[in-house]
Design a protein around this ligand. Structure first.
Ligand code: SF4
Ligand code: SF4
Length: 409
């Protein structure tokens, strides 16, 4: 690997055959090097997934060829609106977040968590759940890393640790990407979750002028980069190039703060998080809950696309003989009647009570439960809500008229 003027000091900046890139180093990757990166990750036995165009959206799928990355695709997002369009000037990662997140892989929508066999009238639990290869995800954004940190608290914090999540999380390899553009639905700048990738990655890419400034974030990242550099010569980023790469998401963040509402343009969004826990808990009888319920379809989309929602149900599926049973966990949503069913009835029978539960739990109850808000500002719930209900708008409406109460019927 060739290095030049590296901020870590000239003593480590040598030509090929020198010590490999270390944590904190930056090197340049060309577009063609992305295939070497994928190959290096796969060579180590990992399953690699990355963003690809499928079903008219950019989604995470198994990735073998760098050519399948969504180069030249831009997404347009707004409340209840998602469209892809070609832009030949767009880079490899100029789309923003799609409906998938890391949740789809670490906490899959449907998962077998136990298998049981009846032999001679006695049930026995089998302990041979199918092994899963370690996972590498390419293209993860800052808000996704924030969502992962929140789910870590849910699944790994406290006394109850989820074994499947822990297994996948421990071997997870993350190639993050700094966003170069924000969708109208993004508000990570106001939740403190983006757009700059700052921690929690193995490698982080900043796309610049048709190549990628790659920051090494972990020893595992350095090891994978060493495999890449065995196949091609990698050039170290200069001090000025590192500064410029760091400045790119910082400039985007400034632009997001400066966004103004303009005629004919999608509405810019932000979430005022000041005192939000008390604001919501103090306004449980606010008339806005009924107003939003008049638009909400209780379709559950917002909870399915949210990278932090974690509710699940467990059921058992028997084979035709009745002697083999699989225990299956699948995503659940607080928007369904079943979610709050107790003693034969639902304690949240109205849409208003279910929307209030979702929003107050995510933005207020989580702070008590997990020491963090449950919202990263990714905007997915706004984009994928079929009627365009906007979490930032709902909070703002309550803040603007705090203290109002629904009149008793
Ligand atoms: S509540 Fe909405 S904006 Fe917040 S993390 Fe979930 S999907 Fe993203
Ligand atoms: S807020 Fe939107 S996405 Fe969520 S349940 Fe209601 S209609 Fe569906």
């Amino acid at each position: 690997m060739q290095r030049e003027n590296h901020p870590a000091g000239p003593g480590r900046c040598q030509v090929d055959g020198s010590p490999q890139a270390a944590v904190g180093d930056w090197v340049w990757l060309n577009v063609a090097d992305l295939q070497l990166l994928i190959d290096a990750l796969r060579h180590d036995g990992r399953r690699v997934v990355g963003p690809q165009v499928a079903d008219a959206a950019v989604v995470y799928r198994d990735l073998e060829r760098a050519a399948d990355l969504p180069r030249g695709w831009i997404d347009e997002q707004d409340g209840g609106h998602y469209r892809l369009r070609r832009d030949e000037a767009a880079g490899v990662f100029d789309h923003v977040v799609g409906p998938h997140s890391l949740k789809n892989f670490l906490f899959p929508a449907r998962e077998t968590i136990g298998r049981f066999l009846r032999e001679d009238g006695t049930w026995r639990q089998l302990d041979d759940l199918p092994p899963e290869p370690p996972l590498a995800v390419i293209g993860v954004r800052a808000c996704d890393l924030a969502g992962l940190a929140i789910q870590d608290r849910v699944f790994l914090g406290g006394e109850s640790v989820d074994p499947g999540y822990r297994r996948r999380r421990e071997s997870l390899f993350l190639v993050a990407v700094n966003c170069r553009r924000a969708a109208a639905t993004c508000f990570c700048h106001s939740t403190g979750c983006g757009p700059a990738v700052s921690a929690g990655f193995d490698l982080a890419l900043t796309e610049r002028d048709g190549r990628f400034a790659c920051e090494v974030g972990s020893e595992r990242g350095a090891a994978v980069l060493a495999t890449v550099s065995a196949a091609t010569s990698l050039l170290a980023c200069s001090h000025d190039e590192v500064s410029a790469a760091r400045g790119q998401p910082a400039a985007l963040e400034q632009a997001m703060h400066a966004r103004q509402e303009e005629a004919g343009q999608p509405k810019p969004r932000s979430l005022n998080t000041e005192g939000i826990r008390d604001l919501l808990f103090d306004n449980l009888e606010h008339p806005r809950w009924e107003e939003v319920a008049s638009r909400c379809l209780s379709c559950t989309n917002c909870t399915l696309v949210c990278p932090t929602c974690f509710c699940s149900s467990v059921g058992e599926v028997a084979d035709l003989s009745g002697d083999a049973v699989e225990r299956e966990r699948h995503w659940a949503s607080c928007f369904t009647l079943d979610h709050a069913r107790m003693h034969g009835t639902s304690v949240r029978s109205s849409t208003a009570s279910r929307y209030r539960q979702w929003l107050t739990h995510k933005l207020a109850g989580w702070i008590d439960q997990f020491g963090t808000s449950g919202c990263t500002g990714c905007g997915r719930c706004i984009t994928w809500c079929p009627v365009g209900i906007d979490i930032t708008e709902e909070v703002a409406a309550i803040r603007d008229t705090a203290g109002q109460k629904e009149s008793p019927a």
